[in-house]
Design a protein around this ligand. Structure first.
Ligand code: 4AD
Ligand code: MG
Length: 460
């Protein structure tokens, strides 16, 4: 018999009919007369209960029904007699598809998140990761839905690149050269002309530069793909492989950019509140009693917008002793970002950063000191979005490239867009896992991606 998803069965009113479910046993309990098997199939946080009358079903037949086993259960769907569930299944036929003995790691509830990270191959079977991964799907879907509704085109930018978009210089090399014995040039350096692409290549840190090429022909585009950073940051907010969403918009100035980013974030959070109710309520109960309230408050508020310079003033006037001193020209630290978000009690959009702490492509302001950058800071997370209006003037852009010692030749195609039909344009990047941290209330980024990649860790 074809199985029905548990999420569907829990919502039906039509009972007293034969159904089949397939899923994994969470618990088996009962007494001499009756056994209760709780099964989850991943379609919902809830389990459905199968009731076994032991008078016509011998205990022997239930041997394989242990926590973690995969079962197929056929029976009559009935209104539940007990508390806590609307329907249950009176078991008629049972098949154990896959046994799980007592060495199965998820025997009882209440494992720490740290422990679950060590068994990432099994953690999709837990309530917590079921909830997180369903929400992750919903958020991914909502990203595409949002941009599609706004007339953006999804552009697939390359994962292997020959340029370093952020100028961060911390990239993973892509090569087919024999690392034990690479071909050398006369001066002893490695001859990348002999490499697969005939040049040095890396995994991309951002799809932005290619995204701009798309926007300067298609108007409105967005990317949504994996990005890679080889920085050795072992923090609860950094991954070596993460997913980024990068919209890029022709004819948007930095105000339009801010408006879009704020609207986008509220749309996503509202989508979660409306479509992930059960999972969010579970996380709210189990991990973070303020989660739902915090999500709603972001949807309801207007983000604070202020310049980097004004933000530094707020920090200087705070009277607070920071570990890193706040001073104009220095990058804001996590503690500074936290202070600002707490001070305004809502998300903060900071603009007009000093140019020397930002990327080469950002539009320069008239003051000669700042650029039209925008960072969106969120409670708990810190920087959720980074973006800017782009420098669309060829000479100014080239001057910046030279000043910052960026390899000009490898960017010829990017620079050409400013020679032929350039226009004002803007964009931003949102780290998908940072959004997931905010939406789920999880506090470690390793717990919002199925298989995290961090320094010294790529097991699964
Ligand atoms: O601020 P970033 O470096 O900006 C860019 O890459 C631009 N090209 C974006 C653009 O304008 N199109 O990264 C953007 C966002 C950050 O705000 C953060 O949310 C996330 O990506 N991010 C990371 N997330 C997880 N792990 C990391 N190591 C991250 N680094 C950045
Ligand atoms: Mg940034």
């Amino acid at each position: 018999m074809k199985n029905t998803k548990i999420s569907e069965l829990l919502n039906v009113t039509e009972v007293d009919r034969l159904v089949n479910i397939k899923g994994w046993v969470r618990t088996k309990r009962g007494n001499k007369n009756v056994a209760f098997i709780a099964v989850n199939d991943g379609s919902t946080i809830h389990t459905i209960q199968a009731v076994v009358e032991l008078s016509n079903f011998s205990e022997d037949n239930l041997k394989g029904v242990t926590t973690g086993a995969c079962v197929s259960i056929t029976g009559i769907l009935v209104k539940s007699q007990g508390q806590g569930q609307s329907v249950e299944i009176q078991l008629k036929e049972l098949e154990v598809l896959g046994t799980a003995d007592e060495t199965f790691a998820l025997q009882k509830k209440g494992h720490t998140l740290e422990f679950l990270r060590e068994i990432a191959h099994l953690r999709p079977r837990t309530n917590t990761f079921g909830a997180v991964l369903r929400i992750r799907h919903a958020m991914s879907f909502a990203v595409h839905k949002y941009f599609n509704e706004k007339g953006f085109f999804n552009l697939h930018t390359p994962i292997i690149t020959g340029s370093d978009a952020e100028g961060a210089g911390e990239m993973f090399r892509v090569t087919t050269l024999d690392i034990q014995n690479p071909p050398k040039k006369e001066d002893g350096s490695i001859d990348f002309k002999k490499d697969f692409f005939g040049k040095e290549t890396n995994l991309t840190v951002s799809g932005q530069l290619e995204g701009e090429l798309g926007a300067l022909g298609l108007g409105l585009i967005y990317t949504f793909g994996p990005t890679f950073r080889a920085e050795n940051s072992n923090t609860p907010r950094h991954l070596a492989e993460f997913w980024m969403i990068e919209p890029e918009m022709a004819f948007y100035d930095f105000n339009d950019n801010m408006n879009l980013a704020e609207d986008f974030l509220k749309y996503l959070i509202r989508y979660a509140l409306e479509n992930c109710k059960d999972d969010l309520e579970f996380l709210n109960t189990m991990y973070d009693k303020e989660l739902l309230g915090r999500l709603q408050s972001v949807v309801d508020c207007t983000f604070e917008r202020l310049t980097y310079t004004a933000a530094v003033d707020v920090l200087l006037n705070s009277g607070k002793k920071f570990e890193f001193k706040a001073e104009w020209g220095a990058d804001l630290q996590k503690e500074h970002e936290n202070y600002l978000v707490e001070y305004f009690k809502k998300p903060v959009i900071l603009i007009d950063y000093p140019k020397h702490i930002k990327s080469f492509y950002m539009k320069q302001n008239e003051d000669g000191k700042t650029v039209r950058a925008m960072d969106i800071l969120f409670p708990w997370i810190g920087e959720l979005i980074g973006g800017s209006q782009r420098e669309d003037n060829y000479d100014k852009l080239l001057a910046r490239v030279k000043e910052m010692n960026i390899h000009e030749e490898s960017l010829w195609w990017y620079l050409e867009t400013r020679k032929y039909g350039t226009c004002p344009h803007s964009g931003f990047g949102m780290g998908f896992e940072r959004l997931m941290l905010f939406v789920t209330g999880m506090t470690n980024i390793r717990d919002v991606i199925p298989f995290p990649r961090t320094p010294m860790s790529a097991e699964f």
